[in-house]
Design a binder for this molecule. Structure first.
Ligand code: NI
Length: 392
């Protein structure tokens, strides 16, 4: 029996676990991943892979060519941590206060490194594999930074593939979601400017607190009354801030929150309605409202052909019975969507185990037992997208 990719990946598990735990103990926020990026670059160099540093500030791209094939793919992982305090108590816990790898990007980085090592050893493909280590997935624009720095011009890809761990999904299992898998995301700020006065003299005020309450209520009509029942959207006001004293009517009130949709046109419609409602409700009370609506992420849309490649690769590694090809979409967002907007791609989720804490939780940790599965699936995608039998 020839050695399987999973067997091969398991041979590197100890080394990859060591790398993963080292990155975990030294988490870095988006666009500050200098140490992490240097670990990635040095490992790739050690394994004979061409390395490009500082692609999109702290991003790293490794390029591995084999044979004479012109086809190329991108395999992508993210490297950044979150600004939160870790409470796992693990030996490899974060050594930096208020910094934590609570989304498993340390594991994603280790798995993609493992795939690079395996493919550099086996070279069982014909073409180019670009290993894309992106910074700043958590809302600080890492994918866009790499794209603006010429990612796909310098490292052309016919398809791109990303992977994210999934707490609650058993170890060794994978899921994919056809079509729009993750939502587009916007943040908004609304500032209502009224007229401050003594708390006992409301007739001298234009009370922004009262107006904020009306605006917050009226905004809830957007999802229920403006959006087609066949579409999906979330509009959540997450903060309302105004005033400092019991007996002072403040001058302003500030509200903020998030919007999620699966279609860009629905996002634009929410933006237009929010702007109209906030300014018109405020005007009705004699106040003014300004709306700052910022679209951060497009929805993550899986390409049907490329997603099948990813799902088939997972099935080849762990068996068809351990892959769910029709996972429901989620309203969370993913920065990889910017890359998948430009190049057709597939995004696959890997089980982090049923006992895993949720991502972005203070007790979360990436499951090192998942590493060989992720390594093997990344490598399998490269082998099937860039088959040897196309050599001439
Ligand atoms: Ni994440």
């Amino acid at each position: 029996m020839p050695e399987t990719l999973l067997d091969h990946a398991r041979q590197h598990q100890a080394e990859l676990t060591e790398i993963r735990r080292d990155i975990h103990a030294h988490p870095e926020l988006g666009l500050e991943e200098h140490r992490t990026a240097e670990i990635v670059a040095r490992k790739l160099e050690e394994w004979g892979i061409e390395v490009h540093r500082n692609v999109g500030q702290t991003g790293v791209v490794g390029v591995l060519r084999n044979g004479n094939g012109q086809a190329a793919i991108g395999l992508r992982a993210d490297m950044d941590a979150l600004p939160m305090q870790e409470a796992t108590g693990l030996p490899h816990a974060s050594t930096v206060p208020n910094r934590m790898h609570a989304c498993g990007h340390d594991g994603h980085t280790a798995m993609l490194l493992g795939a690079a090592k395996v493919l550099a050893e086996t070279r069982n493909f014909n073409g180019t594999v670009n290993f894309i280590f992106q910074p700043a997935e958590e809302g600080l624009g890492g994918a866009e930074a790499m794209i603006k720095d010429g990612l796909f011009a310098r490292f052309p890809c016919d398809a791109v593939f990303g992977m994210h761990n999934s707490p609650g999904l058993p170890l060794g299992e994978f899921t994919v979601c056809p079509g729009a898998a993750m939502a587009g995301c916007a943040f908004f700020d609304i500032v209502i400017t009224g007229k401050g006065a003594h708390g006992a003299h409301p007739q001298q005020s234009i009370d922004p607190v009262l107006i904020a309450c009306h605006v917050g209520t009226a905004l809830q009509s957007i999802v229920s009354r403006n959006i087609s029942p066949n579409d999906t959207a979330v509009l959540t006001v997450t903060t309302v801030h105004s005033g400092d004293a019991y007996n002072v009517i403040p001058q302003t009130a500030a509200m903020a929150g998030t919007v999620r949709t699966y279609k860009p046109e629905v996002m634009e419609m929410v933006k237009a309605n929010m702007t109209r409602i906030a300014s018109s409700v405020a005007a009705g009370f004699g106040a003014e409202a300004s709306v700052d609506f910022r679209i951060l992420f497009p929805p993550l849309i899986n390409d049907a052909t490329e997603l099948k490649f990813a799902a088939d690769a997972a099935a080849a590694v762990v068996g068809e019975g351990r892959i769910d090809r029709n996972r429901a979409s989620v309203m969370a967002s993913e920065d990889f969507a910017f890359m998948m907007n430009l190049v057709p791609g597939g995004h696959i989720r890997i089980g982090n185990g049923v006992d895993s804490a949720a991502v972005h939780h203070q007790e979360y940790d990436f499951n090192d037992e998942a590493i060989p599965y992720g390594v093997a699936v990344y490598a399998k995608i490269a082998e099937t997208k860039l088959p040897r039998d196309t050599e001439s």
